[in-house]
Design a protein around this ligand. Structure first.
Ligand code: ATP
Ligand code: MG
Ligand code: ZN
Length: 343
């Protein structure tokens, strides 16, 4: 599903951005050269100087530093003249500088550091956007905190019916408050993961969408995966990498290091022995990562936490209990309520 081609898609996007910056610059140049012919000469001089000194520096047996400072001096005075001419003609002084969408990486996607090239934040965001668009989360235009409506939750206490001591409305308002705190303290290693359980239609996925939108707006990388898709990604990766040890998969990698991973509908994946080991590894890896950078997980499921032992290995359940804050969603099936209200 998510193969290596995701990288070529991103590469193509950066090529496109660079070309756009280049074309726009060429257009500004032609305007300016027309008005101030001397500027074309200066640009040509800068180019030939570059070539000339490159060669000299390569060939010299003497001091390179001297040549370099000589070069820098001559380029510097040409640039000064250029800026002066531009300003005299009423152009901004950076009019002949390329304008990039991302000034950090100049639309290359990478920033060079002493330790080598690292991915720019804009690259990570693109990667995640692509993964995100493939992850079938209906980007929650309609499911966010501004459309959150607690009136769908009954304001009556009925422990027998709803399985909680409070009214479902008080319960959901409490959960919402904690989710806002989760967002606020997202980067802290002390912030626990979230586990949402409850019957169908009581707003678990809705709440994960609210959180996803809020964090995306704050520049956090988010990946949404229904459990069957998640386990398929893992299995596919294992099969492929057995046959081809250079196989890479951006989707697989981000399961382990995306800042927020949402696993929706846990328990609906097809049961198989291997999935337990995979799941255990995933939870432990993300927990370990979270100490150095945010690596949080939200799980939503119809399985009651008490019944988790019937579905999953004890080691998984004990990790969930240890690493996650557990929230019971309760109330009526809002899907049904909505249909009734439409009638
Ligand atoms: N707080 C809310 N405000 C407004 N609408 C809501 C709210 N919570 C849920 N809904 C709506 O109710 C319906 C069911 O919600 P949702 O899909 O989140 O339930 P769920 O608990 O994830 O169910 P399932 O267990 O079947 O996945 C959706 O149409 C959703 O938009
Ligand atoms: Mg759901
Ligand atoms: Zn960038």
């Amino acid at each position: 599903m998510l193969g290596i081609n995701i990288y070529s898609a991103i590469k193509a996007e950066y090529d496109k951005r660079q070309k756009a910056a280049y074309d726009a610059l060429e257009q500004r140049k032609s305007i300016v050269y027309e008005k101030i012919p001397r500027l074309r000469e200066i640009d040509e001089e800068i180019q030939t100087l570059g070539l000339k000194y490159n060669k000299k520096i390569l060939l010299t047996s003497g001091s390179k530093e001297l040549l370099i400072s000589d070069f820098n001096f001559r380029i510097g005075s040409l640039k000064e003249e250029k800026i002066q001419l531009l300003e005299e003609a009423g152009f901004p002084k950076d009019y002949l500088e390329p304008v990039y969408q991302c000034s950090q990486c100049k639309d290359t996607g990478f920033i060079s550091t002493q330790k080598g090239d690292i991915k720019c934040a804009c690259y990570k965001q693109q990667l995640i956007n692509l993964l995100y668009s493939q992850s079938n989360l209906k980007l929650a235009e309609f499911e966010n905190f501004s459309t959150f409506n607690e009136n769908y939750y009954p304001d009556v206490v009925d422990e027998q019916k709803y399985g909680i001591k409070k009214s479902p409305r008080r319960q959901i308002l409490g959960i919402k408050e904690d989710c806002l705190k989760f967002i606020e303290n997202f980067r802290s290693p002390d912030t626990k993961n979230l586990f949402f359980c409850g019957p169908a239609g009581v707003g678990k996925t809705f709440m994960t969408n609210c959180i996803a939108v809020e964090l995306l707006n704050r520049g956090i990388t988010v990946l949404y995966q229904p459990a069957p898709v998640l386990f398929n990604t893992i299995n596919e990766y294992k099969l492929r990498s057995l046959k081809d040890d250079t196989y890479q998969d951006a989707g697989y990698k981000s399961i382990y290091d995306v800042e927020l991973l949402i696993i929706d509908d846990l328990g609906t994946e097809s049961p198989s022995a291997a999935r337990y080991a995979d799941f255990l590894t995933l939870l432990s890896t993300r927990q370990a990562n979270d100490f150095s950078k945010p690596c949080k997980t939200i799980i939503s499921t119809n399985i009651d936490i008490k019944k988790m032992y019937e579905y999953y290995d004890e080691r998984i359940v004990s990790r969930i209990i240890g690493y996650f804050d557990i929230y019971k969603f309760a109330g009526e099936d809002i899907r049904k309520l909505k249909i009734l209200m439409e009638k």
